[in-house]
Ligand binder design. Sequence first.
Ligand code: COA
Length: 184
Amino acid sequence: MSTDAAISEANTDAKRAEVQDLFSRTFQGIAPNAIPAVKDDRLYAPLVLRYHDIETGQLAGAALTCRSEVAVGMTMMQRLEYAPVLDRHSVLDLMAVAPAFRGRGIGSALVREMEDRLKERGVRIWFGNATRDLETARLREFYARHGFTVLPDGQPLPDLLGRSWVLPTAEQPAFFFYKQIKKS
Ligand SMILES: CC(C)(COP(=O)(O)OP(=O)(O)OC[C@H]1O[C@@H](n2cnc3c(N)ncnc32)[C@H](O)[C@@H]1OP(=O)(O)O)[C@@H](O)C(=O)NCCC(=O)NCCS
């Protein structure tokens, strides 16, 4: 079976709960509702992908990309500044591969599949950050290998699509990364 066939979307709350379990095992202190509920999909426009190991059926990896907090906040306040770019951006928020499955290309397959699906949706700019608690040197290489511009430590994310995406109150991550998704 190809890697594509092992990837599917978590489009129900039950499937997302399994992904949340994997994220909770991987990241210390993440919110129990880090993945938006299906009822809120119109607001967050999430894409939650899962990778199942073909032999065991185990959930080996998963990733979440969705609208930025800034854009969601503005929308909830019925402010229109971000309305034109709501469907043009996405934030790669969380991605995890279970330790036993790392280094086999599963994370890479998830990134490629997310990018294809975001492109189909019309997303043009994809970005995120790595927090200091992670293995940031290896992550820099990972994102760079996937065509992201990886900013030096501490450098702020530039305006993208003419908008600022980082709340001034947000905790400073180790680094930001971003890439343009080109129409094919
Ligand atoms: C980052 C991660 C999703 C990559 O998944 P993967 O299936 O191992 O990735 P691939 O096999 O496609 O690529 C391997 C590359 O991933 C990166 N990587 C592997 N393990 C990693 C780890 N524990 N931490 C950070 N990056 C790692 C390295 O760049 C590695 O290349 P290298 O072996 O030459 O150093 C996975 O390692 C992971 O879940 N890490 C912990 C959580 C995390 O940092 N998530 C990303 C931020 S939300």
